[in-house]
Design a binder for this molecule. Structure first.
Ligand code: GRF
Length: 200
């Protein structure tokens, strides 16, 4: 069974969706740990209540690369095949990127390359796009720049504010993240330039 580590910072609804899909037999994987850089993250409580290995590893005041080394050390005994960032609000440092090259995924609530970074639903609204959505991508050293595994589009309605748009995008996030994880864990894809191409 392939083992995933889920890195979170807050609410953890994407983590919960992954856990639900695993329990329901829709995703063949095992959660090796849920690691939060924020000790107060609700996701840690949820992980505990589900009987999962919940790790609090505070990052406040810690240099990005030093923190990455700490994460590597925490994950080392867990035999992790894939790291899934799910609302993890810290940059991933080089030691982690090197050790898990092309084995780290992130979910981002816009159609990349539009609107990388923070507060992206508001950015999309203010820009006036008619569609936004979400993206699962491999993590590289850039900000939301790695090869794209999966995307889903969501219409932006005239009545939307950032919260209503975020809520509709979140429904799609919960759907596509588990599918993308299954694809990557299954290994039936190749990376051609920037393109992640599923094997026939
Ligand atoms: C999601 O919108 C995700 O795309 C973004 O941060 C949010 C995390 O939400 N990276 P949750 O913690 O998974 O509920």
């Amino acid at each position: 069974m392939k083992r995933i580590a889920i890195l979170v910072s807050g609410r953890g609804s994407n983590f919960e969706a992954i856990a639900r899909n695993i329990s329901a037999g829709r995703l063949d994987a095992e959660i090796a740990c849920v690691l939060s850089n924020q000790p107060e993250a609700a996701a840690l409580e949820t992980a505990n209540s589900l009987g999962l290995n919940a790790i609090s590893l505070p990052s406040k005041g810690v240099d990005t690369d030093v923190y990455a080394e700490q994460v590597c050390a925490a994950l080392a005994p867990l035999n992790v095949d894939l790291i899934c960032l799910a609302g993890f609000m810290r940059r991933v440092g080089k030691p982690l990127l090197d050790q898990y090259a092309m084995r780290i995924l992130n979910i981002h609530p816009s159609l990349l390359p539009s609107f990388p970074g923070l507060h992206v639903q508001l950015q999309a609204l203010e820009y006036g796009v008619k569609f936004s959505g979400c993206t699962v991508h491999f993590v590289d050293s850039g900000l939301d720049t790695g090869p794209i595994v999966s995307q889903a589009a969501v219409p932006v309605l005239d009545t939307d504010d950032a919260d209503t748009l975020a809520a509709r995008i979140l429904v799609e996030e919960h759907r596509i993240y588990s599918d993308a994880i299954a694809l990557v864990l299954g290994g039936s894809f190749r990376i051609d330039g920037r393109r992640v191409v599923a094997a026939p």
